[in-house]
Design a protein around this ligand. Structure first.
Ligand SMILES: [Zn+2]
Length: 230
């Protein structure tokens, strides 16, 4: 009764190992890493773009302020002092000095802003180059992965075909139980009895259940839900 389903399970195990080999293939793992790096670089690029926008807007703001102060200063300088009282002249001088101080501070801001924009542009360039290099790596790695998958495909298909063929001769009830269990990613599904214990999880089988196992030929383990056979 169990020979066929056990044979089927063996093939399923082979299929499982093949899948695992595919997943553990260094090229595939590398591909995942490359994808993550690409995503990171794209996010960084967006971040830099936003930083650049802010920096450019700030620069324009400082520049406009600077020009405004220069105009104010020019106006003061052009004013004729001939008809002014000494007090008015001193007052004007004070105003001019204050404006010069504002200009100095704005110049400092403009210069640090220019440095910031320069840094952003530099990083932007680095980031864009990294993306180009990463894309090349991706293409290369993807080709390796595809080749690896392509190579194991015939073996894959052959096992699947054999399994499908076998399904015709397997007890429908057992097959349904098997498939249901596999959906929960359990493997193996059918395990031998091992010293009165489940061959999957080692839980001891009670005397009453042992009788049931002997009568039915198999028993669903209460703990791991695998099927124990004699
Ligand atoms: Zn068990």
């Amino acid at each position: 009764m169990f020979e066929k389903i056990l044979e089927y399970q063996k093939l399923d195990g082979k299929l499982r190992n093949l899948k695992r080999e595919l997943d553990n293939n260094p090229a595939k793992q590398n591909l995942e890493k490359i994808k993550a790096i690409g995503k990171d670089s794209q996010n960084k690029l967006i971040e830099l773009e936003n930083k650049a926008k802010t920096a450019i807007a700030d620069h324009a703001k400082y520049k406009a302020e600077y020009e405004k102060v220069v105009t104010q200063l020019n106006a003061i300088n052009k004013t004729s002092v001939d008809s002014m009282t000494e007090e008015q002249i001193n007052d004007n001088l004070e105003k001019a000095n204050a404006l010069v101080n504002v200009l100095v501070s704005l110049e400092r801001n403009l210069s640090s802003q220019a440095k910031l924009v320069e840094d952003i542009l530099k990083n932007f360039e680095i980031c864009r180059n990294n993306i180009v290099i990463n894309k090349q790596k991706y293409t290369q790695c993807k080709a390796e992965c595809d080749k690896f998958e392509e190579n194991s495909k015939p073996q894959f298909e052959e096992i699947k075909k054999q399994m499908l063929e076998m399904e015709k001769d397997i007890d429908k009830n057992l097959l349904a139980k098997y498939k249901h269990c596999r959906q929960d990613k359990k493997f193996p599904v059918f395990v031998p009895l091992n010293n009165n214990s489940c061959g999957g999880c080692s839980m001891e089988i009670s005397a009453a259940l042992m009788n049931k196992l002997k009568a039915d030929g198999y028993l669903e383990c209460e703990q791991c839900r695998r099927y124990i056979y004699l």
